[in-house]
Design a protein around this ligand. Structure first.
Ligand SMILES: NC(=O)C1=CN([C@@H]2O[C@H](COP(=O)(O)OP(=O)(O)OC[C@H]3O[C@@H](n4cnc5c(N)ncnc54)[C@H](O)[C@@H]3O)[C@@H](O)[C@H]2O)C=CC1
Ligand SMILES: O=C([O-])CC(=O)C(=O)O
Length: 481
């Protein structure tokens, strides 16, 4: 059953929606076309209100804009000192589950639609994983026609970005649902799927989805270079997952070599790409990747990311459940690394502001730290998180693509080279831009509770060991230059 909402366009605001129609008249084409282009509706053009209706499951997300504390730019890294706006949001306007926290001057806006975003200050970069089926019911109509004697001119349609994305390990438990989500992104023109086996069928299957991107399959080492040429973002979920009783570090012996080989090929074929590493143990595989890229002479620390988005997704979900909050409202920064106690949710920095008893904070922290193990045990030998991980990876990818597309208001937590602690790599919120990490939000590490401070000190010991293990592994190997 479609639902609908009416949105008042304020003078300050604009609403950006997506459509792939070439027509001048969105109203005529909206409901039978796929979303792949954008349209900006402004109060000038539509002084009344617009009504959007869509399928409840996908087309709309409840969303409430909340102020997010602004970090002091002087406490952030160099990039943030250049006067860039530090809205300190999580990835805003993200169509896949992130929240958008506007500045204090922002009025409380209506719920954000999935694939339709609001921004009070500016035109918001909108993108969406919606496709024809899910958006067929997403309609635009002017409920209050302007009182002027003439119809407003149709807003200009903007072509969506066309990025090339490669998924390495695309036939796996994460790779397949991730490929599906990426296939639904209007920001992607080319989707390259690589695996050592079984990827042909995945690509054939996916290629029947009538979304704009072209899917190509690449199998085995001989086709890896072709897969990577010209790619903007490489996502790496290749490698073995845990079984019950294992730690992520138990995967090191197999996955370290897999990541090393794949990163060598990335260095040779798309050294400027953003690299998203999902393969565990992330605390070691990211340092391995950095070392390999250094040995190849192409290391750009701003473009190498360990994907820790699933920790944020879990933290947001568990806190919302515990505190009876709407899921989409909650945003918890998660810092440290991605294994056991190295995962440290900063519950005291939850937005919107929530208070926790000591017991609640401790129970939630432990649950978030063990989120992966919860899934591993429930799957009882059939692997680890795949669907939630694909969702999290799609969110992080979407944020990266928006940043590459010029959105200047993109924030995500990620495990990156960092100087916020004495460790060379650390997960924290980072500001993403066209060139990768523009700033690491060091301010999040200030004003921690005693519990969080203790957690931070404890995690550093384990994280340091995992980073050093990765570096030592890579330095022992011969990298083909
Ligand atoms: N960062 C995070 O938050 C998370 C990380 N993971 C990690 O992601 C990795 C993948 O997990 P799943 O997809 O469940 O495993 P999976 O076993 O279902 O899939 C892995 C895929 O990688 C492929 N593969 C193996 N060696 C390869 C190589 N040299 N080149 C290309 N592809 C290769 C396999 O053929 C397979 O299709 C695991 O290491 C897991 O621990 C899982 C969940 C969350
Ligand atoms: O727990 C695992 O092995 C997979 C993983 O990293 C997660 O789900 O966070």
């Amino acid at each position: 059953i479609p639902i609908s909402r009416t949105i008042n366009l304020s003078d300050e605001g604009s609403l950006e929606v997506s459509s792939n129609t070439n027509s001048e008249n969105l109203e005529d084409n909206w409901d039978d076309t796929m979303l792949s282009r954008r349209m900006v509706l402004t109060a000038d053009d539509y002084p009344g209100s617009v009504q959007l209706s869509g399928m409840p499951a996908l087309a709309f997300r409840e969303h409430r804009q909340e102020p997010f504390s602004r970090p002091n730019p002087s406490q952030s890294r160099a990039g943030s000192k250049t006067g860039s706006k530090m809205a300190a949001t999580s990835a805003s306007a993200l169509s896949i589950g992130s929240t958008s926290h506007a500045s204090k001057s922002t009025p409380c806006l209506p719920p954000k639609a999935f694939g339709v975003n609001f921004n009070s200050r500016n035109h918001l970069k909108s993108s969406s994983f919606l496709n024809k089926e899910s958006t067929a019911a997403l309609r635009y109509s002017s409920t209050q026609k302007p009182q002027t004697h003439h119809q407003p001119p149709p807003p200009a349609l903007k072509i969506q970005a066309s990025f090339k994305v490669a998924i390495l390990g695309a036939a796996g438990g994460i790779g397949q649902p991730l490929a599906l989500l990426v296939k639904m992104s209007p920001l992607v023109s080319d989707l390259h799927l690589y695996d050592i086996a079984n990827v042909k069928g995945v690509a054939a299957d996916l290629s029947h989805c009538n979304t704009p991107s072209q899917v190509r399959d690449f199998t085995g080492n001989a086709e890896l270079a072709a897969c990577l040429k010209g790619v903007d973002v490489v996502v790496i979920p290749a490698g073995v997952p845990r079984k019950p009783g294992m730690t992520r570090d138990d995967l090191f012996n197999i996955n370290a070599g897999i990541v090393k080989t794949l990163i060598e090929a990335v260095a040779d074929n798309c050294p400027d790409a953003f690299i998203h590493i999902i393969s565990n143990p992330v605390n070691s595989t990211v340092p391995i990747a950095a070392e390999v890229l250094k040995q190849k002479g192409v290391y750009n620390p701003k473009k190498l990311f360990g994907v820790t988005t699933l920790d944020v997704v879990r933290a947001n979900t568990f806190v919302a459940q515990k505190k009876n909050l709407k899921l989409i409202d909650v945003d918890v920064p998660v810092i440290g690394g991605h294994a056991g106690i190295t995962i440290l949710p900063l519950l005291s920095k939850t937005k919107p502001s929530v208070t926790f008893t000591e017991q609640e904070a401790s129970d939630l922290t432990v649950r978030i730290q063990n989120g992966g193990t919860e899934v591993v045990e429930a799957k009882a030998g059939a692997g680890s998180a795949t669907l939630s991980m694909a969702y999290a990876a799609a969110r992080f990818l979407e944020s990266s693509l928006r940043a590459l597309d010029g959105d200047s208001d993109v924030y995500e937590c990620a495990f990156v080279e960092s100087d916020v602690t004495e460790l060379p790599f650390f997960a924290s919120r980072v500001k993403l831009g066209k060139k990768g990490v523009e700033a690491v939000i060091a301010a999040d590490l200030e004003g921690l509770t005693e519990y969080e401070k203790k957690g931070l000190e404890a995690l550093k010991v384990e994280l340091k060991g995992s980073i050093e293990k990765g570096v030592a592994f890579a330095q022992k190997q011969t990298v083909g230059v």
